[in-house]
Design a protein around this ligand. Structure first.
Ligand code: AMP
Length: 221
């Protein structure tokens, strides 16, 4: 049975960090629309330039473009047994499109854990976030999870950078958008009985343990 898990929560809650942990543990890919869009940075096309401008402002990329990118990613063979979604879906139409995409594969969303965190802590975390320039799934936090050598990735030794949309202004806007556009999704998954809250203020290890426990319980159900 394929396992498709959606990590929900505002920016800074640790979705990327936890998605990387779960991806490794479960052997299914980490599908991050933000990461897929960032990978288009520098591409010489109108679409790529339009996406970069939207991201820089902290706005959402239109649903049709986002769903097309996910459809393409799910068609890759490594996603046949499941995926951990991070930053997708972010709107109700995206959630409905994902249901339709998974139904085509004979699958469905298994679990939608919600990583809860308060707004001030989220903005503080985002402002302290640095990512690897070689592999952006290697993410550090200068306060809670710093690299061993300042400015250098522990895993591959590449320089770290701050994301251009991690300024306090863009971060605050992205969090407002979370409440406006993404919060309605919570009821969508809650109504199906697959939304479970996890306190994201805990340590990285404690959050991972809570998530793995939910996944195991789901497997037994
Ligand atoms: P993230 O890395 O998840 O914070 O995403 C960075 C930016 O990419 C967001 O602020 C949006 O501009 C864009 N983005 C990522 N995922 C989505 C999505 N599911 N729908 C629309 N825009 C998205």
């Amino acid at each position: 049975m394929a396992t498709y898990i959606i990590l929900l929560g505002m920016q800074g809650a640790g979705k990327g960090t936890q998605a990387a942990v779960l991806s490794k543990r479960l052997g299914v890919p980490h599908v991050t629309t933000g990461g897929l869009f960032r990978a288009m940075e520098g591409q010489d096309s109108d679409l790529a330039r339009q996406i970069q401008a939207i991201m820089k402002r902290g706005d959402l990329v239109p649903d049709d473009i986002t769903v097309a990118v996910v459809r393409q990613r799910l068609a890759a063979p490594d996603a046949a047994n499941g995926a951990i979604f991070d930053g997708f879906p972010r709107t109700l139409p995206q959630a409905q499109a994902l249901d339709a995409l998974l139904a085509e594969l004979g699958a469905e969303v298994s679990l939608a854990p919600l990583l809860t965190l308060d707004r001030e802590e989220a903005i503080a975390r985002i402002s302290a976030r640095w990512e690897c320039t070689l592999d952006p799934t290697h993410v550090y936090n200068m306060r809670t999870n710093p690299p061993k050598v300042p400015g250098i990735c522990d895993i591959d030794g590449a320089p770290l950078r701050q994301r251009p949309d991690d300024t306090p202004e863009a971060a605050a806007k992205r969090i407002d958008t979370f409440f406006e556009k993404t919060a309605p999704l919570l009821d969508y998954y809650r109504a199906r009985g697959i939304l479970h809250e996890v306190d994201a203020a805990q340590s990285i290890e404690a959050v991972s343990a809570a998530l793995l426990q939910l996944i195991e319980a789901k497997g037994r159900a």
